[in-house]
Design a protein around this ligand. Structure first.
Ligand code: LER
Ligand code: MN
Length: 276
């Protein structure tokens, strides 16, 4: 069963970014629950900044799950990433993500590595950068193992990383890692830019798929762009995908409206999930 989820950013420096709710965790939980979402996904400045007790209470009060926690705050605020040329910075990136894994793990959720994968620049080769990324993701996946939730690795479009942009490359890379503890986060916005066919790319991910960023071509709420969702849903079902469809979309025209449009589209596309 695919479950609905909506994103909440707690990083004010990420303003303008693709998150539905902003800053106010209590309001986000209240509205998400009212609209009938199953879960929230949080984008925090750091693991330490998340009010764990409050979050636990809010999730319990509103009968919501925590689906995932993003680690991109480490990039936005500090410019840390896993294949930085400076070994100390790579280590800071790993520590930052390790804490996010621990935070998410205590809630039965996965941590996400998206922007924290980084890119290769200057004298560094792509091969070197991918070696560091592979090592980093492998070790972080081993850390995530204790929580029974995989680490989520998110391929991004070419304007955000020059490492891996497409499903076929992502699966080859993941297989070279020889791990059971890292899965793929498929973001429909990035896929719309990079893939020849989004449904085919979903099939390529198959059993490696661990999470979905459910959003339209223009990064507005699903239904507000030109993605044809029906064949994508068909591909997800063929792959027996049973994770979250998490709305990582601009708060356009407002957070409330983006959340409302998302859940309406979700219910239309996943009628079995909506009636469960
Ligand atoms: C960034 O474009 C993105 O899609 C995020 O999910 C990465 O953390
Ligand atoms: Mn994403």
């Amino acid at each position: 069963m695919i479950e609905s989820c909506v994103t909440v950013s707690l990083v004010s420096q990420a303003k303008g970014g693709p998150f539905v709710y902003w800053d106010d965790l209590a309001l986000a939980c209240e509205q998400a629950a009212l609209l009938g979402f199953d879960a929230i996904e949080i984008f925090p400045p750091s693991a330490d900044s998340v009010p764990v007790k409050t979050l636990r209470q809010l999730l319990s009060d509103h009968n919501l799950k925590l689906a995932a926690v993003g680690s991109g705050g480490g990039w936005v605020l500090n410019k840390w990433h896993l294949c930085h040329s400076d070994a100390r910075v790579r280590q800071q990136a790993r520590q930052f993500i390790t804490r996010i894994i621990d935070l998410a793990g205590d809630f039965g959720a996965s941590a996400i590595v998206g922007s924290m994968q980084g890119r290769f620049e200057g004298d560094m080769t792509r091969v070197q950068a991918l070696d560091w990324l592979r090592e980093g993701l492998y070790d972080l996946g081993e850390h995530a193992k204790q929580y029974g939730k995989p680490l989520l690795y998110e391929p991004l479009n070419r304007y955000e990383t020059n490492l891996i942009n497409r499903a076929s490359d992502a699966v080859e890379f993941l297989c070279s890692m020889k791990t059971e503890h890292v899965k793929i986060l498929a973001d429909l916005f990035h896929m719309n830019i990079e893939e020849q066919s989004i449904p085919e790319a979903i099939r390529t991910y198959g059993p490696h798929l661990g999470h979905l960023h459910f959003v339209d071509s223009n990064r507005r709420a699903a239904g507000m762009g030109h993605i044809d969702f029906a064949p994508i849903i068909q591909a997800l079902q063929e792959c027996n995908y049973s994770g979250f469809a998490s709305a990582e979309a601009f708060p356009y025209p407002s957070s409330e409206e983006a959340a409302c449009r998302t859940i309406a589209e979700f219910k239309k596309l996943f009628p079995q999930a909506a009636s469960a």
